[in-house]
Design a binder for this molecule. Structure first.
Ligand code: NAP
Length: 291
């Protein structure tokens, strides 16, 4: 029997299988487009003819395909469900909490121990860089898979038995990336409106984002530990800044969507009397049933 089987050899699935093979593991791979397995098909790598054959070949199965619907279409079949009995199934496709729980349910029905994972990295980082690899679900399955996962990154970690936690934390991290992306692009628009080279923005980006990260870590700590009632850059200051952006964008004909969205969110907090609070108090505005 091989050590681990891989289903899906797209950019990410290939990196996962290739790294495992380079660490000397006996692996079995399957991909819809079988040509993608050819660069791997040497020495300790076997190519399976079907997903069920790949599952049967190893005690541990890693699936990384486009989405959870694809995983279900491939694996939640009578043949694969039968093959999954007693196996560890690790899903590393990107999902949502609801999708994670649903996948966990059918995997359990098949008699598999299910782990739901999220890779917070690009394929070329697998096995080379440190990055978060978030796992949740069956603890015994995590313990068995940990040596493989730590080969991918020393930062592989287990978040608990609720399989939704890895996808939820991944979405939380991506929310930060999304906010930074639209914020920086809004900044690029402001530079362009003022005739400033984007190289000037690039030059200050590492310093500014490092400072913001420090400040935001402080805000997150205050949410849990107290202290939100004071800040050296309180919510009211950010409202003024958003107003200045909107004014300049209106003068220059640039779109105000991003600045206006921030103004609206921070402004609601001011309306609730939180002008002198830390930005961590914005979480108040996002909870259920808030005005
Ligand atoms: P990709 O290069 O587009 O590969 C998609 C994989 O899914 C291929 O193996 C593809 O098979 C397979 N697939 C799609 N539809 C299928 C179907 N109907 N039946 C059978 N197989 C099917 O994507 P990727 O970059 O490897 O991403 C895979 C997962 O990792 C995604 O959920 C993605 O969100 C996640 N992820 C990716 C990155 C990244 O930077 N790439 C980072 C973190 C997480 P074929 O080869 O036959 O098309």
């Amino acid at each position: 029997m091989a050590q681990v089987s891989f289903i899906g050899l797209g950019a990410m699935g290939f990196a996962l299988a290739d790294t495992a093979a380079k660490f000397g593991r006996e692996i079995v791979v399957w991909n819809r487009t079988s040509d993608k397995a050819l660069p791997l098909a040497v020495g300790n790598v076997t190519v399976a003819a079907t997903p069920a054959e790949a599952i049967s070949a190893s005690p541990m199965v890693v699936v990384c395909v486009s989405d959870y619907a694809t995983t279900a279409s491939l694996l939640a079949t009578p043949e694969c469900m039968a093959a999954l009995k007693g196996r560890i199934l690790i899903q590393l496709s990107s999902g949502s909490p609801t999708l994670s729980r649903s996948a966990s349910d059918w995997a359990k029905r098949a008699g598999a121990a299910y782990l739901d994972g999220e890779i917070v990295a690009y394929p070329n980082q697998i096995g080379g860089d440190e990055f978060p690899l978030l796992l949740a679900g069956d603890k015994a399955a995590y313990d068995a898979a940990e040596p493989l996962l730590k080969e991918y990154t020393p930062q592989a970690r287990y978040l608990g038995s609720d399989p939704a936690k890895s996808s939820a934390l991944n979405l939380a991290a991506l929310s930060g990336s999304l906010g930074m992306t639209i914020g920086i692009m809004n900044g690029a628009a402001l530079c362009e409106a003022a005739g400033i080279s984007l190289q000037e923005l690039v030059r200050d980006l590492p310093t500014n984002t490092a400072y913001d990260a420090q400040a935001l870590m402080g805000s997150l700590r205050k949410i849990e530990n107290g202290g939100l009632d004071s800040s050296d850059a309180p919510i009211g200051v950010w409202v003024q800044i958003a107003d200045l952006m909107i004014e300049f964008q209106q003068e220059t004909g640039y779109r105000t969507d991003v600045s206006a969205f921030a103004r609206q969110l921070f402004g609601r907090a001011v309306d609730l009397g939180l002008a002198t609070n830390d930005v961590g108090s914005l979480l108040e505005m996002l909870r259920p049933n808030r005005p």
